[in-house]
Write a protein that binds this ligand. Structure first.
Ligand code: CO
Length: 190
């Protein structure tokens, strides 16, 4: 089911997501389906559960979009379409590199964000099998961005004060729904 995407300004995006209890996974299957449906409908490459209003530690990503990138096949991808349940980044290494990021919760804004170029992540897939994966470049970037959502961090939090200040008005407008967007969103009402 396509769910409304929570817009910038909603406190759920600032909350740390709770781990999924794998002994009682509950509605995990339908949650995963909703994440995919919502992500594809919004033409995103990744989405985290807090973005559909569920503060649980899970995100999904479809890496096939990047398969023409230079170092794509250096990544230890398990699947092109990957579900990450209770993920843990074990290490980040490599040079800092800067690349423009966007976010389905912050439509029409794209800003340069600096992150480490490689990482190693541990997670469970949709069958609750455990995996470890090493990746770099754009794949690592997508994972770092979605992982941050589970920590209550948005890419705008990583910008320098000056850059954030420039965006303040635009972000305020997004939070109250004054934004031109093609997919369904939920906005903070006041
Ligand atoms: Co995002």
């Amino acid at each position: 089911m396509i769910r409304p995407i929570v817009a910038y300004g909603d406190p759920i995006l600032k909350k740390k997501a709770i781990e999924i209890n794998i002994d009682e996974p509950g509605e995990l299957k339908s949650l995963i389906k909703d994440l995919w449906d919502t992500m594809y409908n919004a033409k995103g490459v990744g989405i985290a559960a807090p973005q559909i209003g569920i503060s649980k530690s899970i995100f999904v990503a479809d890496f096939s979009f990047f398969k023409d990138e230079d170092n794509f096949f250096e990544n230890e991808l398990i699947n092109m379409k990957q579900v990450f349940i209770n993920p843990k980044i074990i290490k980040e290494k490599g040079d800092n590199y800067t690349y423009p990021e966007g976010c389905l919760s912050i439509p029409n804004i794209s800003e340069n964000v600096t992150r480490k170029s490689c990482l190693k992540i541990k997670f469970l897939d949709e069958n609750l099998s455990s995996h470890e994966m090493e990746c770099s470049g754009i794949i690592a970037r997508v994972i770092q961005h979605e992982y941050d959502h589970l920590k209550g961090i948005l890419f705008t939090d990583k910008l320098k004060y000056k850059e954030r200040k420039k965006l303040r008005e635009e972000l305020n407008l997004i939070s109250i729904g004054e934004v031109d967007v093609k997919y369904k969103m939920s906005f903070l009402k006041n």
